[in-house]
Ligand binder design. Structure first.
Ligand code: IPE
Ligand code: MG
Length: 215
C-alpha cells in the first residue's frame, strides 16, 4: 500500500494525513474483497524497515494501528476475521495485547480473512520460522511443512500481489508465500485506489495463465 506520503504532499497535507486516508482506503478495499468473493486479503501495513522512519511518523502509524485494532465491533458486523502477521518485537505491550485481542474476538467471522502484515518482514518471518524449528527439536522440514512455521501457516499462497505507488518491487513482502504470485503494479497512489482499479486487478488475474512451472 505505497504512496500515502506522496499523495499527502501533493495536497499540502502532512504525511500522517496521507496514512489516515490510506487506512480508510484499506477498509474500502476489504469491502470490495467481500463484495467480489475474495476469501483472503493480506495488507502490508507496516514493515520491520518502516520502523526506521522518523519517530513522529512511526508514532503516528502506531496511533492509527491502535485505533484500527480497537474496532472489533465493526469488524464483527461485517464478518471480518483478522489475523496479524509480524514480530511483536519492538512494539509497545498494549499494542501486542490488542493484536491478540482482535485476532481472538474476530476468530469466528467467515465473510473474509484479512491478514494484516504489521511490523512484518519476509526475511524476519523466515528467520523466526527457523528459530521455531530449532526450538521444537524437529530435525528436518520439507517445502510444505516449512509453511507450518510461518506466522500464519494456515493461509494459502498469494494468488496476486498488488503494489501501488509506481515502484516495481516486493520490499520483503511474504517471501515464502509469493513464489508463484501474479504481480500487478500501478502508478496509482494508495489513497487513490478505487473499486474500478480493484476490478482491473481481478480482470488481470483472470487473464493470467498459471502454469506453476509446468506447460
Ligand atoms: C506507504 O506509503 C505506507 C506505509 C509505509 C505505512 P508511504 O509512506 O511509503 O508513501 P510514499 O512512498 O512516501 O509516498
Ligand atoms: Mg513508500
Amino acid at each position: 500500500m505505497d504512496g500515502n506520503g506522496r499523495w499527502a504532499t501533493a495536497r499540502g497535507k502532512t504525511r500522517l494525513a496521507g496514512h489516515s486516508a490510506g487506512v480508510e482506503v484499506a477498509s474500502d478495499v476489504v469491502r470490495y474483497a467481500i463484495k467480489y468473493g475474495i476469501p483472503y486479503l493480506s495488507l502490508y501495513a507496516f514493515s520491520t524497515e518502516n520502523a526506521n522512519r522518523p519517530k513522529a511518523e512511526v508514532q503516528g502509524l502506531m496511533r492509527l494501528a491502535r485505533s484500527a485494532f480497537a474496532k472489533s465491533d465493526k469488524l464483527n458486523e461485517q464478518g471480518i476475521r483478522i489475523l496479524i502477521s509480524g514480530t511483536p518485537q519492538g512494539l509497545d505491550d498494549d499494542l501486542v495485547r490488542s493484536i491478540g485481542l482482535i485476532e481472538k474476538s474476530t476468530a469466528n467471522n467467515r465473510a473474509i480473512t484479512v491478514n494484516i502484515c504489521f511490523n512484518y518482514g519476509g526475511r524476519r518471518e523466515l528467520s523466526d520460522a527457523v528459530n521455531k524449528i530449532i526450538a521444537s527439536g524437529v530435525k528436518s522440514v520439507d517445502e510444505q511443512s516449512l509453511r507450518n512455521y510461518m506466522y500464519h501457516g494456515e493461509l494459502p499462497d498469494c494468488d496476486v500481489i498488488v503494489r501501488t505507488g509506481g515502484y516495481m518491487r516486493l520490499s520483503n513482502f511474504l517471501i515464502y508465500q509469493s513464489s508463484y504470485s501474479e504481480l500487478y503494479f500501478t502508478d496509482t497512489l494508495w489513497p487513490d485506489f478505487s473499486e474500478n482499479e480493484f476490478l482491473r486487478v481481478l480482470e488481470y488475474f483472470k487473464g493470467c495463465k498459471r502454469n506453476f512451472g509446468k506447460v
